[in-house]
Design a binder for this molecule. Structure first.
Ligand code: NAP
Length: 307
């Protein structure tokens, strides 16, 4: 029988990806939504999760598509009600927030899935396989897009707990930490923060690992024109370039892997698998890098930002 699923926070990602992915997967059935201002046609709608859980007799699964800071209390509520929970990325505001949820889910015997959609991009696994047995000297990440195009009017993203340019940038870090075999440590970092906002519009950082691999990361939210979501890996015997957010892999300039975008279909397949096996998946490695950057970064004041 399909898992009765509630979706919370009906905004851009819920409409663009979660609803189509749930509809396409017979293991899930969308039974209700909770959103302060938005509904999905034909689906029972509630203004908050508490009233949803109080009205619908059995909710197997709650998928949270709200901004990170709004997610913790709902996740707690859902776990305490005995529902499995999927979290959008980044899974929370602080590491401890998410660790606390993970132990609560564990005690309650439900699945907690901290999803990282970019890890499901078509060429990420092939890149990890290409890296096996190779000596990597350097990794260069460029993650540059236009915030006005990709996040129009999303004021939450500029709050201190909204992650700023790390909202997209953490996608790159989620791929990096999935393909790189060793822990990455932040060596130095700098942030540009608009004088009228609390979160960065650009960031640069250098990371290293215990074998001497160096990783440089440039995040920029004022990039005009086509976005650049690239990870370039320089190994002793060749170069891999993961383009378009993980969709395409070029090895020594030749495209070797590409495929359709089915990141969210893959996330819901993974969620079904975790629930079936009674396990959770909560990997905080991408968030830990952001947290460490925030701890050491030099701050520069940037011009005020207006939509
Ligand atoms: P969004 O368009 O702003 O939608 C989020 C929705 O959550 C809002 O429409 C709002 O609906 C609800 N909400 C509840 N509490 C809120 C609060 N305190 N502040 C603002 N909204 C609140 O954002 P989104 O782009 O869907 O992003 C949501 C999450 O998905 C983020 O963590 C983001 O990183 C992730 N994500 C986004 C994308 C993307 O392309 N946009 C891609 C992948 C992942 P109500 O007003 O009806 O409550």
């Amino acid at each position: 029988m399909a898992l009765k699923t509630a979706l919370v926070g009906i905004g851009k990602i819920a409409r663009d990806q979660h609803i189509p992915a749930i509809e396409a997967n017979p293991e899930f059935e969308l039974v209700a939504t909770a959103s302060r201002n938005a509904d999905v046609e034909g689906i029972p709608a509630f203004r908050n999760l508490a009233s949803l859980l109080g009205s619908i007799s059995k909710v197997d699964c709650v998928s949270l598509c709200t901004p990170p800071a709004a997610r913790h209390s709902d996740a707690r509520l859902a776990v305490e009600a005995g529902s499995h929970v999927m979290l959008e990325k980044p899974p929370g505001t602080t590491l401890a927030d998410v660790q606390e949820l993970a132990s609560l889910a564990d005690k309650s015997g439900v699945t907690l899935f901290a999803s990282w959609h970019s890890r499901e991009a078509a060429s990420v696994r092939a890149t990890r396989d290409w890296l096996q047995g190779r000596t990597v000297r350097e990794v260069r990440i460029d993650w540059k897009e236009d915030v006005r195009f990709w996040h129009p009017g999303q004021d939450w993203i500029w709050q201190a707990d909204g992650f700023g340019v790390f909202d997209p940038g953490i996608n790159a870090l989620s791929i990096l930490t999935a393909i790189h075999p060793r822990t990455l440590v932040v060596s130095e970092a700098s942030l540009s923060i608009p004088e009228n906002r609390d979160a960065p519009v650009a960031a640069q950082m250098l990371l290293h690992d215990s074998e001497g691999t160096k990783v440089s990361v440039e995040l920029d939210w004022l990039n005009k024109g086509s976005p650049k979501w690239d990870i370039r890996i320089l190994a002793d015997d060749g170069e891999a370039l993961l383009r378009d957010g993980g969709a395409r892999l070029l090895v020594d300039g030749e495209e070797t892997v590409s495929g359709p975008d089915r990141e969210y279909q893959a996330l819901y397949e993974r969620l079904a698998g975790l629930i079936a096996s009674g396990s959770s998946d909560v990997d905080l490695a991408p968030m830990r890098i952001v947290s460490d950057v925030m701890a050491v970064a030099h701050r520069e004041v940037a011009p005020p930002f207006a939509w």
